[in-house]
Design a protein around this ligand. Structure first.
Ligand SMILES: *Cc1c(COP(=O)(O)O)cnc(C)c1O
Length: 394
């Protein structure tokens, strides 16, 4: 028997036509017409269970091709696409939770999700509690009405990783869903569904698109979780355009190559930063001293371009803002996962509900892009020297 192809090979073949054009042509479409009333009726009866062309909002060849590639990447059952990562998250919360339910959310959740919970879950009578990003102490927070554990691994800004197989076991015992925001790994470096999660959420805006030119979200589920997601997605009118699906699928072909380079450069920059006296810590689970390093090593197959730098106690917010302003190769802006380097100041006091146990100084998040890392280091060196007065003791 033939050996199964390795992941990089499978990713290059996923979601492609079996013959003819190498890429699935872009199908911009709303209406699909049928040969007869019987064929129309037949499709409408079957489309809940099968993926058939029936109406533009339910998908075209272009979106189906991307869904296939994402299912391959995440080793899932089926996938749905959304106009943003945030829309994907909102749909997941609405699909599986109803009035009277309770959801446990990581305190390192992507920040806009917090307002969605405060404004919309509350309004719908759905309770929520934040748990520590490494999931310690979660057992005491589970209630009889807990219907979902929502994780993000590694978490936003500080990259804590919970023991996902342990969380999955807990969720199964309690008969509740385990949903994971898998944007950090973008499906490539970490496989929540194979570690026991039911639902994996991706901001394809980040590394999947990879070129800072498209917004998209995706959700991949196992077989058990599929039906509720598909129905909610259709009821909420969530869909994406064919051109955007084409761009994300094109980005995915070079995902392993780009990710490996982002990681190589980020680790090179992290090494250099750790040798600077202005830097107290560099947060990144791939670094040996990181609190999540052991879990990262066990559950992930690589790293990405994200680093959060914690500055020494002597530096205040204004110093760090000055440093950020003086960087030339790092754009100041939201998102990450494109080809370019980015930076933002980080404030945990406004983006967390639980007290942060690790004492942290002022921080900045870097996205290490595909520029030559030596140029990025030179840029950081120049900015850091402007920060530290020359008279400072060595
Ligand atoms: C960026 C991001 C999102 C949201 O993606 P958008 O496409 O910008 O809405 C969700 N989760 C995580 C972890 C992210 O970093």
């Amino acid at each position: 028997m033939d050996k199964p192809f390795r992941p990089a090979t499978r990713l290059l073949r996923a979601g492609r036509p079996h013959r003819g054009w190498v890429n699935t042509p872009v199908t911009r479409a709303s209406t699909y017409v049928f040969d007869s009333v019987q064929a129309w009726r037949d499709t409408r009866a079957r489309r809940e269970e099968e993926r058939l062309p029936s109406y533009g909002a339910r998908g075209t060849d272009s979106t189906h091709a991307l869904e296939d590639a994402l299912v391959e990447l995440e080793a899932g059952h089926r996938a749905k696409l959304y106009p943003t990562g945030q829309a994907a998250i909102a749909t997941v919360l609405l699909a599986y939770l109803r009035a009277g339910d309770h959801v446990l959310l990581t305190d390192a959740v992507y920040e806009p999700v917090r307002r969605f919970c405060a404004e919309h879950l509350s309004r719908l009578g759905i309770e929520y509690t934040y748990y520590r990003p490494d999931a310690t102490g979660i057992a005491a927070l589970i209630r009889p009405n807990t219907r979902m554990i929502y994780a993000e691994s590694p978490g936003s800004l500080t990259y804590e990783m919970p023991d996902l197989p342990g969380l999955a076991e807990r969720a199964r015992r309690h008969d509740c869903w385990l949903a994971v925001d898998n944007t950090w790994a973008s499906g490539l470096l970490y496989k929540p569904l194979t570690l026991g999660a039911d639902i994996s959420i991706l901001a394809a805006t980040k590394y999947l698109g990879g070129h800072a030119d498209v917004m998209m979200g995706a959700v991949v589920t196992n077989a058990r979780a599929w039906r509720a997601l598909e129905r909610a997605t259709i009821d909420l009118g969530q869909t994406v355009g064919a051109d955007d699906a084409f761009l994300v699928l094109r980005g995915m072909r070079s995902l392993p190559l780009r990710m490996a380079q982002h990681a190589r450069s980020a680790l090179r920059v992290a090494d250099w930063l750790l040798g600077r006296q202005e830097v107290a810590r560099v947060l990144c689970p791939a670094l040996p001293g990181d609190p999540s390093h052991a879990i990262w090593k066990r559950d992930c197959s690589g790293a990405n371009g994200l680093l959060t730098v914690e500055f020494s106690g002597e530096f205040g917010e204004a110093d760090v803002e000055r440093l950020i302003d003086s960087l030339r190769l790092f754009g100041i802006g939201a998102s990450w996962g494109g080809f370019e380097s980015l930076v933002i100041p980080v404030r945990l006091d406004t983006s967390r509900s639980l007290p942060d146990t690790g004492r942290r100084g002022v921080m900045a998040r870097l996205h290490i892009g595909l520029e030559d890392p030596e140029d990025l280091i030179a840029d950081l060196e120049h900015a850091l020297s402007a920060l530290s007065p020359v008279s400072r003791p060595l």
